[in-house]
Design a protein around this ligand. Structure first.
Ligand code: ADP
Length: 503
């Protein structure tokens, strides 16, 4: 036996059955064994030959009866057996064969099959992971076999189609007829045929019909695989149930449409309220002018003709009335112009900013020179889509303010710069003037909002309100960044639908 089994790449042992007086097997004697047996059992071979199994394997109590029972049966009955033993916990697996090798003798071989078993287990594990993840993601998979024109489906694919997971793999033509929505069947077939002809990826979102009649949306994507001669072997792909996503998408689209409608309605309401307000302030300021003129006229007559009959206090009051009516006329005129601005028809066409700024430059240059200041316009003013007269008004107000709100202690410096941004153009008008406290930076754009008394800086507080209105009539936005005692930058952004090159 030694010569026969010494080099065997497996464990081998020959047992002889030990019986008691009643002939019942009680132990096994090791008659021969090879190195492999030593390895599988952890025994030193020279210590085991000639020994009772219960002595050489004292730790096998639990299995003892099985071993003795199993191998005695083989030794006595002559019936050979084969089985696999091992566990994931131990990490080893054996294929065991036992046969009768002589009277009352049983030969046993142990072949280590751990590697094969592990590969098998890995395969089982992988397919379990795939099955579970497909179930979780509602993602089925399929394979179209070109040779047989059949499709092989994963369990989840069956579930998506509402079919019994144990059912047969459906033939392509049967599937097309029975499972695909009749309105999409042709599209699917054409798309798939075209993909096959061009050896391309097949991709389609379509409807399916389940046996209970319910319709669902799915998204298919499959890649082709070829043999070495370029013949199509199969398409392997995945199917995603997109019903819920589609439903949400439709809901979202509906909500969006509703929202858009609401926004339109609100905007229309707002526009008409705005118009109403504008015509109200227009007629108010318009109608106020006549009585005001009367007050102004009569108070002037009074101040002229009857001044002598008034005492000092009376003369002072008279002067206040005349001054106040002049101021009021200014305010009313400004308000009237403000409401007129809103009624103006906006004529959007390409406007050369260079032309506008040049005109502004010419208008303000003498004043700036007289003060000893600088007005700097950066290179390349762009051409933008806008209304020329609104732009003029904007620049004129901003540059006028920059001059008015200068700091006497430093040399006035005004700069106008441009920047192209996605979908529009940024224009900045900066000065090194008195600046605006942060808490007032928003309200200065409202009608008649001023931060100073008339005596210090003349004005009515309508200029920036006009600027803001003009900017918004051009579809733009404006805000100011400022530091008190250092200067302000008015930043405007205009949409520029058809930007042209810089001049
Ligand atoms: P007005 O100049 O007639 O007061 P505006 O509407 O043009 O009216 O300006 C509103 C207020 O904003 C001004 O009273 C002033 O306090 C402030 N302001 C406007 N432009 C500037 C500027 N460039 N620097 C500092 N303050 C400014």
């Amino acid at each position: 036996y030694r010569s026969l089994f010494e080099n065997m790449n497996a464990g081998f042992v020959l047992f002889e059955v030990v019986q008691n007086e009643q002939g019942i097997p009680v132990d096994l004697i090791v008659i021969a064994a090879n190195e492999g047996f030593g390895k599988t059992t952890g025994l030193k071979l020279k210590d085991s030959v000639g020994m009772y199994l219960t002595h050489v394997l004292p730790g096998i109590e639990k299995d003892e009866a099985d071993w003795i029972g199993t191998y005695s049966k083989v030794a006595l009955s002559g019936e050979s057996i084969q089985f696999e033993q091992g566990s994931e916990l131990l990490g080893v697996y054996y294929s065991i064969s036992a046969f009768q090798a002589g009277p009352k003798q049983c030969a046993v071989t142990f072949v280590d099959i751990t590697e094969r078993k592990n590969a098998e287990l890995d395969l089982i594990r992988m397919s379990r992971i795939m099955k579970n993840s497909q179930e979780i993601a509602h993602l089925g998979s399929f394979e179209y076999v070109a040779a047989t024109q059949t499709t092989i489906w994963s369990e989840e694919e069956y579930r998506i189609y509402g079919l019994d997971t144990d059912g047969p793999s459906p033939e392509y033509s049967v599937m097309l007829e029975k499972c695909i929505h009749p309105d999409d069947a042709k599209l699917l077939h054409d798309t798939f045929m075209e993909a096959m002809q061009n050896q391309k990826v097949y991709e389609l979102e379509h409807r399916i019909v389940r046996p209970d009649g319910s319709v669902r949306w799915v998204y298919d994507k499959a890649h082709p695989y070829f043999d070495e001669n370029g013949n199509l072997l199969r398409y392997v792909g995945a199917t995603l149930d997109t019903t819920e996503r589609k439903r949400l998408q439709e809901e979202l689209e509906m909500l969006n449409a509703e929202l858009e409608l609401k926004v339109k309605q609100r905007t229309a309401q707002l526009e008409s309220a705005n118009k109403e307000l504008e015509s109200f302030s227009y007629s108010i300021s318009h109608d106020l002018r006549a009585p005001l003129r009367a007050i102004y006229g009569f108070s002037q007559i009074l101040a002229g003709r009857h001044r002598a009959s008034l005492d000092e206090e009376g003369k002072q009051y008279m002067d206040y009335i005349v001054e106040s009516s002049i101021r009021m006329e200014q305010l009313i005129n400004d308000l009237l112009n403000y409401s007129r601005l809103g009624r103006k028809t906006v004529e959007i066409r390409p406007v050369s900013l260079k032309k506008i700024i040049d005109a502004i430059y010419d208008d303000f240059k003498p004043q700036v020179d007289e003060i000893g200041g600088k007005l700097k316009v950066h290179d390349n003013p762009p051409v933008i889509s806008a209304d020329e007269s609104l732009l003029r008004q904007i620049f004129s107000n901003l540059v006028g303010n920059a001059i008015k709100y200068r700091r006497p202690e430093s040399v006035l410096s005004i700069s106008i710069s441009f920047e192209t941004v996605p979908d529009g153009v940024l224009i900045k008008v900066s000065d090194n003037g008195i600046g605006i406290p942060a808490e007032h930076c928003e309200k200065i754009f409202n009608v008649f909002q001023r931060l100073h008394g008339e005596d210090k800086y003349p004005g009515t507080g309508i200029g920036l309100a006009n600027v803001k209105k003009a900017v918004s009539m051009l579809g733009g936005t404006i805000y100011v960044e400022s530091t008190v005692g250092q200067g302000s930058t008015f930043i405007m952004e205009f949409p520029n639908k058809n930007p042209e090159s810089h001049e």
